[in-house]
Design a protein around this ligand. Structure first.
Ligand SMILES: CC(C)C(=O)C(=O)O
Length: 455
């Protein structure tokens, strides 16, 4: 294995025994330019959380993970929902050559310019003249268009593409400066940044900054980073931006979910100085997907509120937003996971007992005319067994009856069906519970309906 430095300051590619290049590992590999952190911050500070933004990759990287490109009307409707939710930037295309896709991306940009001017769109440019020309065409359509000018940078990627560092730096330099000359704001990007050695990241970032990029984006393209790697890389870039005399330059984190670390990585990226996180509703995207919009905003919103800051997004629109996206891209909701199908469902007797009691207290408060207390107690009923208040994200809680249920579950399910549980006799409650236990399963909604209808 060899290490070294090229004339442009970039690290020479290290190779394994068979001369095949070895990628850098930001999680664990020592490097004189970037020491391994001994400790990590607990989480972003409230101020970092308050200032953190998200960029929607739903209409670009998300779509690279589904089987069919949605139609234009659906995508524009989705942009409307993003706008209502409070997302202010969205990547909406990548240069793919002529064809239906290209025409649809351009139509999308035109629709965004006309109807949703609050959202700044960006497209990805792969550092070729054709890509640059296409970006310029897109800019003709949308006056606020930004361009993510990027290339793959890791040793393995360079080998398979037949690129060396000088080639990458020259192409970046030319494309960024020409894009900037067209008046298009540039985000200097890389693919495989979390597999690229510090010296190479430094050389690329310097070229991006010196040629006019206004923002830098780093990518965990294969989802290999752990929070330690995300923190280390983003801290390294932040320090570099200071050294380059551009401490206010913004930094984006683009992460994937291959090893399940996307949320933790996003949080550590912000803690290290990243300003914006790339997200996709439901974490849709190639392979295991992209960082999930709902996971990132739920956590940032909690940190913002805990820090006494206003929440940046209209959280009651969240479920509607991600549900529309799922329908548009034809991705079913999983039972479990954040805001999964069962996120607000319970049939466990212990849980429904607490919910029912909190609601009974709320009823008492209402009878006493104490409406603020009633609201507090209703909220308590919704969160006593869930960190996510369904009402706060645009949903409702739901209760079922199963082998785990008790009297409270039957009564609450009855209440939810719009009936008065006081009218259920103790005998009927026992019959329903006995049935569920003998079946050893959750009762279907229709079965419960039939039981309640007989009561
Ligand atoms: C092009 C970049 C940002 C990307 O999608 C990735 O690396 O995953």
């Amino acid at each position: 294995m060899t290490t070294g430095t090229t004339s442009n300051g970039a690290a020479a590619t290290r190779t394994g025994d068979s001369d095949v290049p070895v990628d850098f590992n930001w999680n664990s590999e020592p490097d004189p330019l970037s020491p391994l952190p001994r400790t990590l911050p607990a989480e972003p500070t409230p101020e970092q959380a308050a200032n953190a933004e998200v960029l929607s990759e739903c209409l670009r990287d998300g779509l690279q993970g589904v089987s069919r490109y949605p139609d234009i009307d659906a995508m524009l409707k989705y942009v409307e929902l993003l706008d209502a939710f409070g997302v202010r930037s969205a990547t909406v295309g990548i240069h793919t050559g002529a064809g239906t896709l290209d025409a649809t991306m351009k139509e999308l940009l035109a629709g965004m310019a006309e109807h949703f001017p609050n959202i700044v769109p960006s497209v990805l440019s792969v550092c070729t003249p054709a890509s640059l020309k296409w970006t310029a065409e897109c800019r003709e359509i949308h006056p606020k268009l930004e361009s993510v000018v990027f290339m793959g940078s890791s040793p393995v990627r360079r080998m398979v593409q037949g690129w060396d560092m000088d080639f990458i730096l020259r192409r970046m330099e030319a494309t960024i400066s020409e894009t900037v000359a067209l008046g298009i704001p540039v985000i200097g990007g890389t693919e495989h940044t979390t597999q690229t050695a510090p010296a190479d990241v430094r050389a690329i970032t310097r070229v991006q900054v010196e040629n006019g990029a206004y923002r830098v984006a780093v990518a965990d393209t294969i989802g290999i980073a752990r929070p330690v790697g995300a923190y280390r890389l983003c801290s390294f870039i932040r320090q570099l931006l200071d050294e380059l005399g551009t401490p206010d330059m913004k930094l984006d984190w683009h992460g994937h979910r291959d090893t399940g670390n996307a949320l933790g990585n996003a949080m550590m990226a912000i803690a290290a100085g990243a300003n914006r996180i790339h997200v996709v509703s439901r974490g849709v995207g190639e392979r295991s997907g992209n960082a999930s919009l709902e996971e990132v905003v739920l956590n940032l919103a909690a940190m913002q509120a805990e820090g006494g800051h206003p929440v940046s997004w209209n959280m009651t629109e969240l479920l509607g937003l991600i549900s529309f996206y799922q329908e548009m891209v034809d991705v079913p909701t999983a039972d479990h996971g954040v805001l999964g199908k069962r996120y607000s469902y319970t049939s466990s007797g212990i849980h429904t007992d607490a919910i029912l009691k909190a609601n009974a207290l709320a009823d008492n408060a209402r009878k006493a005319g104490d409406f603020p207390l009633e609201q507090k107690l209703r909220e308590m009923a919704r969160v006593v067994y869930s960190a996510v208040d369904p009402a706060a994200v645009g949903g409702t809680y739901s209760v079922g009856v199963s082998q785990w249920s008790g009297t409270s579950s039957v009564k609450l399910a009855c209440l939810q069906s719009g009936r008065d549980p006081e009218k259920l006799t103790a005998e009927r409650v026992d019959q329903i519970l006995a049935y569920a236990k003998s079946e050893g399963r959750e009762l279907e909604g229709e079965e419960l309906e039939a039981w309640f209808a007989q009561s």
